[in-house]
Design a protein around this ligand. Structure first.
Ligand SMILES: [Fe+2]
Ligand SMILES: [Fe+2]
Length: 267
């Protein structure tokens, strides 16, 4: 069973309406114009798609931050790049990032919802999350931890209802590996240092990971890829930013050895 996991392409652009100068998008657009556009290269996302189409994994996973401020025009920049993958027959599991859920403005909320339905070919909608899927005898838990937060912070939240849902799913007998997909890392080793960018409410999920009720967490948000796994490959894998580092991860699960193995793909 093979998964290819990529994250955080961060397409961007200018303010798309007058109100964008007066909400959090002003910060995000400024950040994009003076910093992000020089660091993120969307041609690497195109190369990632070409690689995946060639590798034909059982599942492709994108853990969010397609955009910089969640404006419709930014989603439109990634749509034609991801379209061949979306139409390839390889299941594409997309979880929104905090930059895709940047503000509460109706057109931006509508854009992330439309993109979620589009990429899943209407298999699931933004409002269906959290949800469970199974491909090639591996179970996936799709969890949305992203929502608009204040001007200076990029906080994520596992809300109580979703934590309870994960707990209930994990109480069921487990015969196949179980992988949690979310934009935010569950493991936070520097909660104080990373206070502005961290996730809240994941305590129950960490307990389930420690008990191996959840085998693996796949995430993005942190733009440098990392692997925090034990000798069987159980733990957490962050794909990093595909457009910044040109990195993504190929993950294999072998039922014979009950092991996950990881390979970083450099684009
Ligand atoms: Fe990001
Ligand atoms: Fe993020």
């Amino acid at each position: 069973m093979r998964i290819v996991h990529f994250s955080d392409p961060h397409a961007g652009g200018g303010a798309e309406d007058f109100f964008a100068y007066f909400d959090k998008r002003a910060v995000g657009v400024f950040n994009y114009k003076f910093r992000r556009q020089f660091r993120h290269d969307l041609t690497k996302l195109s190369r990632a798609v070409e690689y995946i189409l060639d590798a034909k994994p059982d599942v492709a996973v994108c853990t969010g931050d397609l955009t910089s401020t969640g404006q419709p025009g930014e989603f439109e920049k990634v749509r034609p790049i991801l379209a061949p993958l979306r139409d390839s027959g390889i299941p594409l599991l997309y979880l929104p990032g905090n930059h895709d859920c940047y503000v509460k403005r109706a057109k931006c909320v509508g854009a992330v919802r439309e993109m979620t339905a589009y990429l899943s070919k209407d298999d699931y909608r933004f409002t269906d999350l959290p949800l469970q899927r199974e491909y090639a005898n591996v179970e996936f838990l799709l969890l949305n931890t992203s929502r608009p937060s204040n001007l200076l912070c990029s906080w994520g939240f596992v809300d109580k209802r979703d934590a309870k849902w994960v707990g209930n799913v994990c109480e069921e007998p487990k015969n196949t590996p179980r992988i949690l997909l979310s934009h935010y890392p569950m493991i936070e080793e520097h909660p104080i240092l990373r206070m502005r960018h961290r996730l809240f409410g994941q305590k129950r999920i960490l307990e389930l990971m420690n008990k191996k009720k959840i085998d693996l967490s796949l995430c993005g948000h942190v733009h440098k890829p990392y692997l925090k796994v034990d000798s069987t490959g159980r733990g957490e894998c962050c794909a990093g930013s595909v457009s910044r580092n040109g990195s993504m991860v190929e993950i294999d699960y072998s039922p014979e050895t009950d092991q996950f193995t990881f390979r970083t793909v450099t684009l």
